[in-house]
Design a protein around this ligand. Structure first.
Ligand code: IMP
Ligand code: MG
Length: 183
């Protein structure tokens, strides 16, 4: 039986307002005449990427990659592997890496290194969440949705052991209790 408890940290309405603002800002920052490629980090960034892409009032293209996941652990092993690479070359393109959360920073500093070697015209990070209290490697975040405290969070694409990705609100997952539903 699942004995986890969920607490709403950021409501769906607040998320949608913030993502709309981010989209407008990104749209204004990149020259409309130059192609912009959004690179989603699977699986966590899928909902954020879908909403963000529609909030950017210009044409964009989309690609995905995925890195090794935490599995059933709540903390990173410190090792990252590229499990699925991009379909297309990023050489000469403006690339915006779209991530669900920057926690230790290990995943994104690895991805910035790997993608940076492929000669993109520019390479920046847009993250839905930033959990700076646990940072181990510095990353330069160009666009940040929300800062979150040192809690394990789920919903709006983020999971624990493959569950909770489809919650509309962002919730903190607590051990114990009997509630398995975001109120
Ligand atoms: P980092 O390498 O420690 O920065 O973490 C990268 C990945 O860990 C994120 O892309 C998430 O997929 C996952 N992650 C980190 N913190 C959380 C959390 O609180 N909830 C769900 N996933 C998390
Ligand atoms: Mg992720």
């Amino acid at each position: 039986m699942d004995s986890s408890r969920l607490e709403v940290l950021i409501s769906a309405d607040d998320i949608s307002r913030r993502v709309a603002e981010m989209g407008l800002r990104i749209g204004a920052d990149y020259p409309a005449s130059e192609p912009l490629l959004l690179v989603g980090v699977l699986k966590g960034a899928w909902i954020f990427l879908a909403d963000l892409a529609r909030a950017i009032p210009r044409s964009v293209s989309i690609d995905f990659l995925s890195t090794s996941s935490y599995g059933k652990e709540r903390t990173s092993s410190g090792e990252v592997k590229l499990v699925r690479d991009l379909d297309e070359s990023i050489e000469g393109k403006h690339v915006l890496l779209v991530e669900d959360i920057v926690d230790t920073g290990i995943t994104l500093s690895y991805l910035m290194r790997v993608l940076g070697q492929r000669q993109p015209a520019s390479l920046r990070i847009a993250t839905f969440l930033d959990k700076p209290s646990r940072r181990r490697e510095g990353v330069d975040i160009a666009y940040r949705g929300f800062e979150v405290p040192d809690k394990f969070v789920v919903g709006y694409g983020l999971d624990f052991a493959s569950k909770y990705r489809n919650l509309k609100d962002l919730c903190a997952l607590h051990e114990g209790g009997s509630q398995d539903r975001c109120p």
